[in-house]
Design a protein around this ligand. Structure first.
Ligand code: NAP
Ligand code: G4F
Length: 345
């Protein structure tokens, strides 16, 4: 039975990846952080009591900032595959907490790679690094592929670029099967509440149920290549099954603005938006009732923004046979259906 070790197992991707690997027959080991409330809702359904025999899902307390615990865990588990998904993953918040973001998102990766190297797991353990389309930042080329130069635009992206290159370096220097998945934005009902897609669908549902009046947003004109998280975790596994360690862009190839996402989410509940005004004074009005339902809050602007991202995943299609199944409009439907169900209560 293959053993996988997942950092960030309690996050959006960690939870879907755990389900995927358990279904493939893996033993799944994951690192969680201690917190005063035991709120691990994304993986509660996978939890198995330690006293049950034959279990295949194991959780351990640890932190990406604590190298001794990372060494001890890898020594104990001796995994065949490591998926490094743990991160302070919010770009806006990385401007508030740049040093912490670097400690987790950059230094955390070298802690794992050094553990692989010094524990001599290099022959037996494959390593996946959760790299990101944020590396492309202010990209000069559309769409972005594995050869597009990086131009990071946030402390988050700067930390992730270190992790990208140290992964490449450990592959070249020590022959470790170390790979990067350069994933474009991927969303789902399990997305964190403060990311823009989840925030939009939850607020649209609340406005529809008369539980809220206004959705406050930042920049409406940025574009993202939004895919569906369960499709994307499959690519992580496929990257590690490929005959040699390489880096892959994973994306849908379609880009849409935040404004378009807002319009389509409201349309799902038969609300048509009319935009009026410009810049921070722009408002979105419910055409039928005349009520203001969208406003701009400059707090959500970023000191430096990534205006547009769109990925070219043709290498992944050709070499590992990966293609997205869920496209943009269906993604909105999945997320709206979930928000309408969960926010009704
Ligand atoms: P997420 O939902 O924010 O999950 C992040 C995970 O990292 C959570 O389990 C979190 O634990 C854990 N974590 C944070 N700080 C930690 C620390 N100091 N020590 C140990 N664990 C820590 O992120 P996601 O959307 O699943 O993304 C997974 C990975 O892919 C991240 O590295 C992200 O940067 C990257 N990525 C995401 C996307 C995307 O669109 N989703 C695209 C490209 C790359 P808690 O539950 O305790 O907070
Ligand atoms: O949903 P977002 O916060 O995601 P962002 O910044 O693209 O980052 C996500 O995707 C990356 C992959 O490219 C991951 F690496 C990263 O970990 C994370 O998962 O924001 C998307 C866009 C931004 O341009 C932002 O300025 O939406 C814009 N936006 C407009 N109003 C907003 C808001 N973003 C948020 N979070 N909240 C708003 O109110």
């Amino acid at each position: 039975m293959k053993k996988a070790f997942i950092t960030g197992i309690s996050g959006q991707d960690g939870s879907y990846l755990s389900e995927f690997l358990l279904q493939k027959g893996y033993e799944v080991h994951g690192m969680i952080r201690r917190s005063s409330l035991e709120t691990r809702t994304r993986i509660d359904h996978l939890y198995q009591d330690p006293h049950v025999s034959g279990r295949r899902f194991f959780l351990y307390y640890g932190d990406m900032t604590d190298s001794s615990c990372i060494f001890q865990l890898l020594n104990k588990i001796q995994p065949n595959e490591i998926y490094n998904l743990a991160a302070q993953s919010h770009v806006r918040i990385s401007f508030e907490n740049p040093e912490y973001t670097a400690n987790v998102d950059a230094m955390g990766t070298i802690r794992l790679l050094e553990a692989i190297r010094t524990l001599r797991l290099d022959k037996t353990t494959k390593f996946y690094q959760a790299s990101t389309s944020e590396l492309f930042g202010r990209a000069k080329k559309m769409p972005q592929n594995e050869k597009t130069p990086f131009c990071p635009r946030s402390p988050y992206a700067a930390a992730k670029i270190y992790s990208y290159w140290i992964t490449v370096n450990y592959r070249e220097a020590y022959n470790i099967f170390a790979t990067n998945g350069i994933l474009f934005n991927h969303e789902s009902p399990r997305r964190g509440d403060s990311f823009v897609t989840k925030k939009i669908v939850q607020n649209v549902a609340d406005i529809y149920y008369n539980k809220a009046n206004t959705l406050y947003l930042g920049n409406l004109d940025v574009s993202r290549d939004w895919g569906y998280a369960p499709d994307y975790v499959e690519s992580m596994w496929k990257i590690l099954q490929y005959e040699k360690p390489e880096d892959f862009v994973i994306a849908t190839g379609e880009t849409n603005t935040v404004r378009d996402f807002v319009e389509k989410a409201f349309k799902y509940v038969n609300i048509e938006i009319e935009w009026q005004g410009k810049g921070i004074d722009e408002i979105g009005i419910d055409k039928k009732t005349g009520k203001i339902i969208v406003k701009i809050d400059p707090w959500y602007f970023r000191p430096t923004e990534v205006d547009i991202l769109v990925g070219d995943a043709s290498k992944a299609k050709k070499l590992i046979g990966w293609e997205p199944k869920v496209k943009y409009e269906e993604l909105i439907k999945i997320m709206m259906e979930d928000a309408l169900k969960t926010r009704r209560l």
